[in-house]
Design a binder for this molecule. Structure first.
Ligand code: ADP
Ligand code: TRP
Length: 321
């Protein structure tokens, strides 16, 4: 089974990204042939700072490796290092009805946010379809927001197969329904666009500042409180061992939960939780040549797979003469 997923190199990772995307993706290494890549061509649709894009691409690679992705047990590369994907995008563009793309929420949401409606932004889902179909992926784990893009990829695959004969695997999405949404400092979904995140790799001082800023109610320590409604508890339970979660849960219910102390405990828990990843990441970031070598090797493996599909596609559509 081939499992494929891409992530945008969009800056500093937060604990929502970790539980929602990185951890599930890393776990997929044990479940099949994993294709994991950094989608810098997609990022071009919104990022115009070239230095930031280059830096964030390398940092995203360091993040993944530090958190446990093993490049020997998966194919891990940067999207633009396999240029076959852009040729396939063009070919698929001709089977992508305007109406299908016009209905995509993500395009509409982005222009509503003020992003200029470029052709790249509009055809984002076609590039994503090419990403998936080029590697003949069976399963694509994505967040709910990407479900529609998966539908587009399936539609295009089916249309191609009907027009030119069986060529592509029609991919299935694996929506991570059971992955809880991690709340942010203010209790809304943690998201960089809300400015309510706790970064995974903050320095000690900044980490403490963020955790102390978690919003709690004004109930006194001895008052009984509902743990499930408290975003401090909801974050705390992701990091504390089960017996401590139970103890703190009981303190909430029976009275005695002191937010200030729990926050300090959470700072320590977070620091320890990501300690070895942080140390690994520091070493990786100090050795960009190593990171580039890992990515180059990954791209080579990916490209081997990509050329097989693209060769077939060229033949099917009449580009071989
Ligand atoms: P952000 O909302 O901070 O911009 P992205 O949209 O770049 O984050 O999300 C990248 C990945 O992280 C997606 O797969 C998304 O589902 C996951 N993710 C983001 N925020 C959360 C969260 N608060 N809880 C769970 N998963 C999240
Ligand atoms: N659009 C996805 C996102 O923003 C990223 C992505 C690009 C992707 N190509 C992909 C995800 C292929 C899965 C498969 O999260």
């Amino acid at each position: 089974m081939k499992i494929l997923s891409g992530i945008q190199p969009s800056g500093k990772l937060h604990i929502g990204n970790y539980f929602g995307m990185m951890q599930p993706m890393i776990n997929y290494m044990d479940k099949g042939e994993l294709y994991a890549f950094i989608v810098n061509l997609h990022a071009l649709t919104t990022v115009t700072d070239s230095k930031a894009l280059a830096r964030d691409t390398l940092e995203a690679a360091a993040d993944f490796l530090a958190l446990g992705l093993d490049p020997d047990r998966c194919i891990f590369w940067v999207q633009s290092d396999v240029p076959e994907v852009t040729e396939l995008t063009w070919i698929l563009s001709n089977l992508s009805p305007m109406g299908l793309l016009e209905r995509c929420h993500s395009f509409k949401d982005k222009i509503a946010k003020g992003i200029a409606p470029s052709h790249g932004l509009f055809s984002y889902p076609v590039l994503m379809a090419a990403d998936i179909l080029l590697y003949q992926a069976d399963i694509v784990p994505v967040g709910k927001d990407q479900k529609q893009h998966l539908e587009v990829a399936r539609d295009i695959a089916i249309k191609f197969n009907n027009s030119y004969g069986e060529t592509f695997v029609v991919p299935e999405s694996a929506i991570e329904e059971n992955v809880a949404t991690v709340p942010g400092l203010d209790g809304q979904k943690m998201s960089k666009s809300y400015g309510n995140t706790i970064g995974i790799f903050l320095d000690a001082k900044e980490l403490k500042k963020r955790v102390m800023a978690i919003v709690t109610d004004a109930a006194p320590v001895e008052a009984p409180k509902d743990p499930d409604k408290c975003n401090l508890f909801n974050i705390f339970k992701l990091f504390a061992p089960a017996n401590r979660v139970k103890e703190v849960h009981d303190l909430y219910v029976n009275g005695g939960a002191a937010y200030g102390y729990l926050k300090l405990e959470l700072v320590d828990l977070l620091w320890e939780y990501f300690r070895s990843a942080r140390e690994k990441r520091e070493k990786l970031c100090a050795d960009p040549a190593y990171l580039r070598a890992v990515l180059a090797k990954g791209a080579e493996k990916a490209r081997e797979k990509a050329t097989v599909t693209l060769d077939l596609v060229r033949e099917k559509v009449g580009l071989k003469y």
